[in-house]
Design a protein. Structure first.
Length: 197
């Protein structure tokens, strides 16, 4: 079964493909260079995931399109970066830029010894412009101000999931794929996907 993941982020696509396994042929927007998704104007992860899934599926008739919107919430920052996680340091920010801004913001709050936070993910499945299913996933943990590990992407090297002493940037991909916010949202989505096979 073909599934188009509405992203150009190869790391996300590899993660989804690994979790779904060989029953699904997972492609992303790199295989469909003419597709332009509508602008993410939502105030929540769900609103933005719906925008991506619906606009992508309208341009890919008959195909199942999966979209996610995800990000990091830090309690000491009142939930920031939140829906602006990918653009925290500006519209054209790199992941390194975003991490640098987060580390600077946390460093200003030295009164905290622990920065509680979580990764959240919303996934939306659509076909022909119609939303078929919506799922959510989250993983709680804490943020550190010094990067650890080269694995993962985004803020992974700064996030230690609860119950572990290592960051997502250090933990093996297999471990992350079992407990990440994306893995949890996708695990809930798999039931819907199975019904469509």
């Amino acid at each position: 079964m073909r599934l188009v993941f509405a992203t150009s982020n190869s790391h996300k696509t590899e993660e989804v493909a690994a979790i779904l396994g060989g029953a699904w042929q997972v492609e992303d927007l790199r295989a469909h260079p003419g597709i332009v998704l509508d602008e993410e104007t939502g105030d929540t992860f769900e609103e933005n995931a719906i925008i991506k899934a619906v606009s992508g599926s309208r341009q890919l008739p008959g195909l199942l399109v999966l979209a996610d919107d995800s990000g990091l919430e830090v309690d000491a920052l009142r939930g920031a970066p939140g829906v602006r996680s990918a653009r925290y340091a500006g519209e054209n920010a790199t992941a390194a830029d975003n991490r640098a801004k987060l580390k600077a913001e946390l460093a200003r709050r030295a009164m905290y010894s622990r920065f509680a936070g979580r990764f959240r993910c919303c996934m939306v499945l659509a076909r022909d412009g119609e939303v078929l299913h919506v799922t959510h996933g989250a993983v709680e943990g804490s943020l550190i101000t010094r990067e650890e590990g080269e694995g993962g992407f985004g803020y992974d090297s700064l996030f230690i999931p609860n119950g572990f002493t290592e960051t997502f940037g250090t933990l093996p991909a297999e471990t992350k794929n079992q407990l990440s916010h994306r893995a949890r949202a996708l695990a809930a989505m798999k039931k819907k996907l199975a019904s469509l096979r």
